[in-house]
Design a protein around this ligand. Structure first.
Ligand SMILES: *Cc1c(COP(=O)(O)O)cnc(C)c1O
Length: 341
């Protein structure tokens, strides 16, 4: 356990709520869930556990926010649960009822509600599935036993000390992952993106890598990519090359409401050069919400985006989203699920 127990200064995700929800799938059965959270504890796993050898694991990441009225609400619960079902199906594992995932998330958040810091902090929620089949010979078989669980982390502001514009390196050769795993939030993808990301940190002083195989922009290791100016917002169209972010979808909806033109299409890296002169760029994801991009390292050149500082359109979109998440404005799309208790 980390000695630093302040969510605003401890590393993101290093602190945990003391309860979790757990369901188990036994071979030939269905997921069984006792119906309530239990104290967080270690698992005992056979050393042959499928997830440890063959990567049969996936997860979700969503947040519960303390509302301005003091209650607690989960942001876009149904969308995250539905995406987890798709990830599990992509691992070819037995799919739990989407309602079970939702219930386990709500129960876990409710049990850990007291750990939720006030805004801009939140309770980060991490539903996870691991394949537990203890058979080394099952390399080419799905794990038909599993543990599904939901842990929580009190987290502070991702940008402690203020929003800092990121430097991103554009990788034009190596893809983030393989097409059949592009839309799956599976552990395998993150370790695949790690090598290129560490190399770019070392060689280009980059915070993140934007994967653009063949010059075609997809996303970074864990966030979606946007261009925005005073009129329009541009991001890659939904295809199987990248993870379809809930934050991405939310921002497009809000941008439409704010009067921006939406362009969901292929974004070639050549477009960045002209864009950098007048427009803004940012990354989106649940953890950081919206992260401005200040500098792009592209084919050996450092390109400053705008004046290198967070742009007004980027911050406007960020505020539009966090205002809904925190209950500061109406929730016209029903994105919030209020947690009882
Ligand atoms: C989780 C994730 C995102 C962001 O998705 P959100 O639903 O917005 O949190 C983007 N890309 C990858 C690869 C991710 O794993």
């Amino acid at each position: 356990m980390n000695a630093n127990t302040d969510p605003f200064t401890a590393p993101f995700g290093s602190l945990f709520g003391d309860q979790f929800t757990v369901a188990t799938l036994d071979v030939g059965g269905d997921y069984t869930y006792p119906g309530h959270a239990v104290p967080l504890e270690n698992f005992s796993l056979h050393p042959a556990t499928h997830a440890l050898h063959y990567g049969s694991t996936c997860f979700e990441g969503l947040k519960a926010h303390r509302q301005v009225d003091g209650s607690l609400a989960v942001f876009r619960l149904a969308d995250h649960a539905a995406r987890m079902v798709r990830s599990i199906a992509g691992l070819r594992m037995q799919v739990p009822d989407v309602d079970l995932i939702q219930t386990m998330i709500v129960d876990s958040v409710e049990a850990n509600a007291s750990f939720t810091p006030s805004a801009p902090g939140s309770l980060y929620v991490r539903p996870t599935l691991i394949g537990t089949l203890p058979i080394i010979g099952a390399a080419a078989a799905p794990s038909d036993s599993a543990i599904l669980y939901v842990i929580t982390c009190p987290v502070g502001d991702y940008f402690a000390g203020g929003i800092r514009p990121l430097t991103i390196h554009i990788e034009t050769e190596i893809p983030r992952t393989t097409p059949q795993f592009g839309t799956i939030k599976g552990g395998a993808n993150y370790v695949m993106a790690l090598g290129p990301t560490l190399d770019a940190k070392r060689d280009h002083a980059a915070d993140q890598v934007l994967f653009a195989p063949g010059g075609d922009i997809t996303e970074t290791g864990a966030s979606n990519f946007f261009l925005v100016d005073d009129q329009r917002i541009i991001t890659r169209h939904l295809d199987n090359s990248f993870l379809h972010g809930v934050t991405r979808a939310s921002l497009l909806t809000l941008a439409t409401d704010l009067g921006y033109e939406i362009e969901e299409r292929a974004v070639p890296i050549e477009e960045l050069r002209a864009w950098a002169e007048h427009g803004e760029a940012f990354l989106s994801g649940t953890a950081a919400v919206v992260a401005p991009v200040g500098t792009v390292s592209i084919l050996g050149e450092q390109l400053q985006i705008g004046d290198g500082q967070p742009g007004t359109n980027t911050l406007r979109l960020r505020d539009a989203l966090t205002n809904i998440q925190l209950g500061k404005v109406d929730d016209p799309y029903g994105w919030l699920t209020t947690i009882p208790g």
